[in-house]
Ligand binder design. Sequence first.
Ligand code: Z5A
Length: 230
Amino acid sequence: MTQPTAVPTASRGRFITFEGGEGSGKSTQIKRLADRLNAARLPAIVTREPGGSAGAEIIRHVVLSGMGRMLGPETESLLFAAARDDHVSELIAPALARGTWVLCDRFTDSTRVYQGEVGKVDPRLIRAMERVTIGDLKPDLTLLLDVPVAVGLKRAAARRGTEAADRFESEALSFHEKLRAAYLKVARDEPKRCVVIDADADPDTVAARIWTALRDHLFAVAAPRESAKA
Ligand code: Z5A
């Protein structure tokens, strides 16, 4: 595999978040990217939200079981924020500080979209929670994996088989359409940080698109074109 001709020079690791609706392929692609970075001798770890640290995984269980929903959207948002606070301080910030790249499956944009835009939680509360939980720790790059809702839900249902849908999977089609529109709005509002990846393609093609986005946005000097062929 061809390695990038130049990599970021700063010793801090890079922070890349993956966002997108149900079944958009985040987990599949985040693992592939980590493998590729590690093969290029860029140490990278994969983590996820809600979760990623011991305390946050406990909260994950509460929110995905649907128990948080009974408390109302504001309190549910606070649960996501509490999980993020633990995750950032226990795992993300220390890893970045020692030069490890952190690839995170969902982050603050999920709160903005699920709880904010779609759940109608006051944007001032959403921003305040962001300030408290992440401070200046913004992602260097956010990859928004975009697929038509029907495609994502079909993939998720196939993966789930006979298991019951979780708290968010069981929402109506209109909810997922709103999510998609809200994500695309986030990307339009922050074009320097966010790249929309057309994820309605086979996994190899999507991986190549992601690598191109990294090359264009994170590596100081563009890698040769062949390096996109993972
Ligand atoms: N949430 C929130 O409300 N607020 C917040 O602040 C945060 C989260 C942080 C976490 O769910 C839920 O929490 C999430 C938002 C909410 N809601 N939902 N639903 P999760 O962690 O359990 O799951 P997820 O993040 O939603 O992931 P996912 O949609 O279940 O899947 P994915 O990671 O995007 O996709 P995947 O697992 O890689 O792929 C799904 C299936 O499709 C699988 O069988 C693959 O083999 C297949 N696949 C993948 N790529 C392809 C391609 N390219 N072609 C064909 N098939 C593919």
